[in-house]
Design a protein around this ligand. Structure first.
Ligand code: UT7
Length: 344
């Protein structure tokens, strides 16, 4: 049986950090509130006006290809999961294709908000399992600062900019994406959305004045739904694959709120040392959170390790996946290890 296995991970993080102390100067908030309610301490912001989601996606992709020693010419498909494309069209995937120099690849963008990576890995797996494609590049990239209202304390403390990319290739040794449970429910779309700029509300002075080009979130409503949705799909994936908590090497959750992650881990019976958690350093980077976790923990992962991935986002969209890791991570170079220690 052919499965789609992750064979490399790359990332891109902007240099600039936006700390809770910085946000205290912008809105009526406090470091204490943000840490207690979300777990976030700082986020990265891509300040350069000439650079956006595609730039970050390209940088993350280059690293993933380089680590694998794969030439971009071998890529069959490029999928960019994002809700902050550089522009509506052409798709970000086209510019990624051109910048990497991937002449035989076709590609497209995937819009599923914070579930983008999870929906993307399933799409990529279907392409690979069909036997028609051998190498798929999947990138989660979001410049959330471009749609964040830095006068709205309800949302501006939550989001950051980042990209992370994985390569997916066929595996016949039992590793790769084993199973997933994916859901969409459009009934509550208004609780988390950006209403301006599309064909329903094209940009006008009025849409700008009404701040319709920024993220709107009814945090409490989303939180309530997210906790049970997130927990239920993760539990369903575990149950139908006969996975007990001790079988799971790592839980790789979307990083929207540490309280949601803690609640899910508790319900799954997974101790905190087996939960990938980097929200304190990057905030919510939407489509990039899960691959960024995989990047940060890659050096600890071993071939055959069982991972459960789970996400929840606007739409609503949500889901969980069971992945059996396909390669041994290598120890971080000393400089990267030191950096990781310094921020931990
Ligand atoms: O990634 C996509 C999916 N998104 C999520 O999963 C996010 C889900 N939601 C959340 O993570 C949480 O709802 C938030 C972190 C957004 C908010 O936390 P909360 O515990 O749900 O707070 P709340 O919205 O119930 O607000 C509590 C209070 C309110 O004041 P009042 O009405 O009780 O007087 C807010 O106005 O906290 C206030 N508040 C703040 N105070 C200081 C809201 N934002 C802030 C802030 N600083 N930044």
């Amino acid at each position: 049986m052919i499965r789609a296995a992750i064979t490399s991970v790359g990332h891109f993080l902007p240099e600039e950090r936006l700390t809770n102390a910085d946000l205290e100067k912008l809105v009526d908030t406090s470091d204490e509130w943000i840490r207690a309610r979300t777990g976030i301490e700082e986020r990265r912001i891509l300040r350069d006006k000439d650079k956006a989601t595609t730039y970050m996606a390209i940088e993350a992709s280059k690293e993933a290809l380089e680590k694998r020693g794969m030439d971009a010419g071998e890529l069959d498909v490029i999928i960019v999961a994002t809700v902050t494309p550089d522009m509506f069209f052409p798709a970000n995937a086209c510019q990624v294709q051109a910048a990497l120099g991937a002449p035989k690849a076709w590609g497209f963008d995937l819009s599923a908000a914070c579930s983008g990576f999870l929906f993307g890995i399933n799409t990529a797996a279907c392409l690979i399992e069909s036997g028609r494609y051998r190498s798929v590049l999947l990138v989660g990239s979001d410049k959330m600062s471009s749609i964040t209202d830095y006068t709205d304390r309800n949302t501006c403390v939550l989001f950051g900019d980042a990209a992370a990319a994985v390569l997916l290739e066929p595996d016949t040794n039992g590793n790769g994406l084993i199973d997933s449970v994916l859901r969409t429910d459009g009934n509550n779309w208004e609780a988390l959305c950006m209403q301006g700029g599309g064909s329903l509300n094209p940009p006008t002075h009025e849409t700008v004045d009404r701040k319709m080009h920024y993220i709107h979130q009814d945090g409490r409503t989303v939180f309530r739904f997210a906790v049970s949705a997130f927990i239920n799909v993760a539990a369903e994936v575990m149950q139908r694959n006969g996975l007990h908590s001790e079988d799971i090497r790592y839980f790789a959750p979307h990083q929207a709120n540490q309280r949601i992650i803690d609640a899910a881990a508790r319900r799954m019976g997974i101790s905190s040392d087996r939960v990938m958690l980097n929200i304190s350093r990057y905030g919510n980077t939407t489509a990039a959170t899960i691959p960024l976790c995989l990047y940060d923990w890659e050096h600890e992962l071993r071939r055959g390790d069982n991972l459960v991935l789970a996400a929840f986002g606007g739409g609503y969209t949500w889901g969980a996946a069971y992945v059996r890791w396909a390669y041994d991570g290598v120890a971080r170079p000393p400089v990267a290890a030191k950096e990781a220690e310094a921020v931990a």
